[in-house]
Design a protein around this ligand. Structure first.
Ligand SMILES: [Zn+2]
Length: 333
């Protein structure tokens, strides 16, 4: 499996070289993101039950799978619906001139008004209620006072804790008018995420996810981050299994009905090699080219898979499986 090269014909059918069309890195490149000022901790009303790790306890990580049915699944559905609603609410606020700190405030209020604790707030010392990852930031960007600029892209990653369960979802949004190649990066990342989810079914194994995602990204000339993956989720924020988004043939853990985990590939315009900012959280691409990410919390069903992070109307800024079953899929090479 080879990544589409710059001199190859673009997958879109324009007849132009990829590097002069949807792989035009000069058109995608943005001024490097500089760390901004991080605002004070936002308060959570005492009526909202926080997870165990708030108030100084170490976060529980679990080496067992999260498996849910019946009553516990109903509670997880609530947490996932809340996360989807918060993501949709924040997504509507993304615009040029808006700071990521403002997006954090919107999310914080949206969680609290639904009786949910923002899972990232004070998690291992993390200071904010969401992650906002702009342009070359791959994941775990901290909201700050940097105003979003026309042509930026920003991933908003929200996790909420309510009814004793965590629901986790993210989407990448364009800020104002963005270049066609950045729109392609976003579209390919969303569709790769959904194709990875659609590969999940009982009788298959965990490596089916990366086997669906990586060739799709590579065929479109984009890279896939290796070192960060999805995770089991439910009563625990981060549990087994680790979900690879790249091809890992050895990863033959079978899917079992009731397993709940995230699928959240990070797709890069350039190389997936990365570094950490001195804040200890922000992960950025070494070549400073933009990256995109989408994420859903899913459950293995008796028949296949179901996305849990959808609004009551069944929608999500991260897309639904109807997108990859229908004809709106990004053109295949
Ligand atoms: Zn093209």
């Amino acid at each position: 499996m080879n990544r589409l090269r710059g001199n190859a014909q673009c997958w879109c059918g324009s007849g132009r070289k990829f590097k002069r069309c949807h792989g035009d890195q000069r058109a995608m490149r943005r001024r490097p993101v500089q760390p901004g000022r991080v605002g004070p901790l936002l308060a959570v009303p005492s009526s909202i039950t926080p997870p165990d790790y708030v108030n100084g306890q170490l976060p529980v990580t679990s080496s067992s799978f999260q498996v849910h049915s019946g009553e516990s699944l109903e509670r997880l559905r609530v947490a996932c619906r809340v996360a989807a609603e918060v993501l949709e609410t924040v997504g509507r606020e993304v615009a040029p001139g808006v700071t990521t700190d403002y997006l954090d405030q919107v999310a914080h209020e949206a969680f609290i008004s639904r009786g949910a604790y923002p899972s990232t707030l004070t998690y291992k010392g993390y200071p904010k209620s969401i992650c906002t990852s702009v342009n070359e930031v791959i994941c775990h960007g901290i909201p700050d006072d940097r105003p979003l600029q026309e042509g930026d892209i920003v991933n908003v990653d929200v996790t909420g804790y309510v009814e004793g369960m965590h629901g986790d979802t993210s989407a990448t949004f364009g800020v104002g008018e963005i270049s066609p190649s950045l729109q392609a990066l976003i579209d390919v990342t969303r569709d790769a995420t959904l194709l990875g989810i659609a590969a999940v079914a009982p009788g298959r194994t965990l490596n089916a996810i990366g086997a669906a995602i990586q060739p799709y990204a590579f065929a479109h000339g984009f890279g896939v981050v290796v070192d960060y993956g999805g995770h089991g989720i439910g009563s625990v924020f981060h549990a087994a299994p680790h979900v690879n988004h790249t091809v890992h043939d050895w990863d033959t853990t079978p899917f079992e009905p009731g397993m709940t985990f995230t699928v959240e590939p990070m797709i890069t315009a350039g190389s997936p090699n990365h570094h950490m900012w001195s804040d200890g959280w922000t992960v950025a691409a070494n070549d400073l080219l933009p990256t995109a990410q989408f994420e859903h919390t899913v459950i293995v069903t008796d028949a296949a898979v179901e996305i849990l992070t959808l609004t009551a109307q069944g929608s999500s800024p991260a897309g639904t499986l109807a997108l990859v079953a229908g004809e709106t899929l990004t053109p295949k090479p």
